[in-house]
Design a protein around this ligand. Structure first.
Ligand SMILES: Cc1cc2nc3c(=O)[nH]c(=O)nc-3n(C[C@H](O)[C@H](O)[C@H](O)COP(=O)(O)OP(=O)(O)OC[C@H]3O[C@@H](n4cnc5c(N)ncnc54)[C@H](O)[C@@H]3O)c2cc1C
Length: 500
């Protein structure tokens, strides 16, 4: 369907470009029409499949510039897209012929308040920028596991990272923000200032305005134990790895409350992939992050290490390296599809996923960069926080199914494979539900405690619908939407219909 039919917005005309240039002439903002050099860079996305030709791009230099542009788009009913780090694989930061605000210019910054351990982060910053700036002062905050992902989209949708086991989600560490809402007003938000907007922002933020600055709580951080282990995908290795994963990451209910052996200090990303260095072979890749010394890390991961990895790179490293471990090359046609799972993992299920992966690889040479990844950490801290409108908290964990390919002719096939694997996870949840012990969240059909479908929206921007992602919070979000964006300007990702 034509996007303008769906949203009732219009595309950009040459008059709009002229007017925007005039309105911004006394500022340092840049305005790019499709024929200007510099325009192409602004519509590039991490996934080529998410790119669309904007009618005009504005790269603002300040919050005030953003306010001028948002007000103009709103007053003139123009389709608007906002780009943070450009990692949405569903095209949520792109527009077909509308107005694009690319925050990657003057709003890509991180300022550190060392005394109060606060990070003032521009809405166009990338996580690598934040990691580097904070680390200079021995600090870190919860951020994404891939350094070139944007702070904007990742934070506004919840945000999981290597430190989530200790400090919760990214939104749990947001203490304030500056937002330009649809009518162009600049709002400062926190627990005490515009708290309704602050609540909405933390989980559904892309629907409420352009966040030009986040204020993030940071923590003292030292070097961490990190590394990769590569395993041949033999049945014996899979069984032993699954046993090791369950031993380390399954949350048990103890007298002191829910606890895993990793106690929130370890995260393991367990993936089925074909790492380029393995010459086309399928391997099981375990990337670990442990917040402590190497000796303790090796002890915690000793079951993994006893399996006999083909290669192992465990070492101590500065925090800035933690989020550079995952190879996630830009420029492919990549698509993210989410799934959820509960512990303990079942070896038989991992075998099934492995078999599906091999069949898909054999049928599509172009998709050899694809992976399926289980994200393992102790979610107890995430479960116990209740900040914001994010509705996906629970003891279930995230899985990521990511086909990566190059040719448009394979779009449908690759996306279908991701959907098929995601459905396998749904069925597996049902198996677990029958066997559920106290503390596990129940199957997909049962939904979580907040009525959402146990899926992380930032991993599943294609198929899920807003009411399922926001669960019981949808109604309040719709009221807040009516207050701040009744014309539904911000409508590109899990759109919310303003309450009547
Ligand atoms: C390689 C890779 C690794 C990832 N790793 C993680 C991870 O470790 N943890 C995790 O939680 N997620 C992760 N994700 C998912 C990630 O959270 C989403 O892809 C997210 O949308 C990326 O945000 P972005 O700013 O880069 O994307 P964009 O495409 O720029 O934006 C995504 C959405 O957010 C909106 N948006 C962005 N910035 C702003 C802003 N400042 N104000 C208002 N709206 C804004 C956009 O309009 C769009 O709707 C990863 C994704 C990829 C591709």
């Amino acid at each position: 369907m034509d996007i303008y039919q769906e949203t009732g917005k219009r595309g950009v005309t040459s008059n709009d470009i002229t007017t925007l240039r005039r309105l911004l002439s006394s500022t340092a903002a840049a305005v790019f029409s499709p024929s200007d050099s510099g325009y192409e860079k602004t519509i590039e996305r991490w996934s080529r499949a998410a790119e669309k030709p904007a009618g005009v791009t504005v790269v603002p230099s300040s919050t005030e510039d953003v306010a001028v542009v948002v007000k103009y788009a709103n007053d003139n009913n123009i389709d608007l897209a906002v780009k943070g780090g450009g990692h949405s694989t569903a095209g949520a930061s792109s527009t077909n012929g509308g107005l694009l605000i690319d925050l990657g210019g003057g709003l890509r910054y991180t300022n550190v308040d060392v005394k109060n351990k606060l990070l003032y982060v521009g809405g166009g910053a990338l996580w690598g920028d934040v990691d580097e700036a904070a680390w200079k002062h021995g600090l870190a905050t919860v951020g994404g596991t891939v350094a070139d992902t944007g702070v904007g989209g990742l934070t506004l949708g919840g945000g999981y990272g290597a430190l989530s086991g200790e400090h919760g989600l990214v939104i749990d560490n947001v203490v304030g923000a500056t937002v330009v809402v649809a009518n162009g007003e600049i709002k400062h938000v926190s627990e005490t200032e515009n708290p309704d907007l602050f609540w909405a922002l933390l989980g559904a933020g892309q629907n409420f305005g352009v966040t030009t600055e986040f204020v993030l709580q940071a923590f003292p951080q030292g070097d961490m134990c990190i590394g990769t282990m590569l395993f041949a995908p033999t049945p014996e290795n899979v069984s032993r790895l699954v046993a090791a994963v369950n031993d380390l990451h399954e949350v048990k209910h103890t007298l002191q409350g829910p606890k895993s052996k990793s106690q929130g200090r370890a995260m393991t990303l367990l993936s089925i992939a074909k790492p380029p260095a393995a010459g086309g072979q399928t391997l099981i890749v375990a990337i670990l992050t442990f917040n402590g010394p190497e000796s303790e890390g090796r002890e915690l991961y000793k079951e993994f290490l006893s399996i006999g990895a083909i290669a192992e790179t465990i070492t101590m490293a500065p925090y800035t390296q933690v989020n550079k471990q995952l190879p996630a090359p830009a420029g492919m046609r990549s698509s993210m599809k989410g799934a959820a799972f509960v512990m303990p993992l079942r070896a038989g299920f991992v075998h099934e996923v492995l078999a599906t992966y091999e069949t898909f690889m054999a049928s599509c040479d172009d998709a050899h960069g694809s992976l399926v990844s289980w994200e393992l950490y102790d979610p107890s801290v995430v479960v116990h926080s209740d900040k914001g409108s994010f509705a996906n908290r629970g003891y279930h964990l995230n899985n990521l199914i990511m086909p990566m390919w190059t040719q448009p002719v394979h779009d449908q096939k690759c996306r279908q494979w991701a959907r098929d694997v995601s459905n396998m996870f749904k069925k597996e949840m049902e198996v677990h539900n029958e066997l559920a012990t106290e503390g596990s969240e129940g199957g997909m059909s049962l939904r979580g405690t907040k009525g959402a479908v146990l899926l992380y929206g930032n991993y599943d921007q294609y198929d899920e619908i807003s009411k399922d992602i926001f669960g019981v919070n949808y109604e309040q979000l719709a009221k807040t939407k009516q207050k701040y964006d009744h014309g539904n300007m911000f409508n590109k990702l899990f759109a919310i219909t303003p309450a009547a």
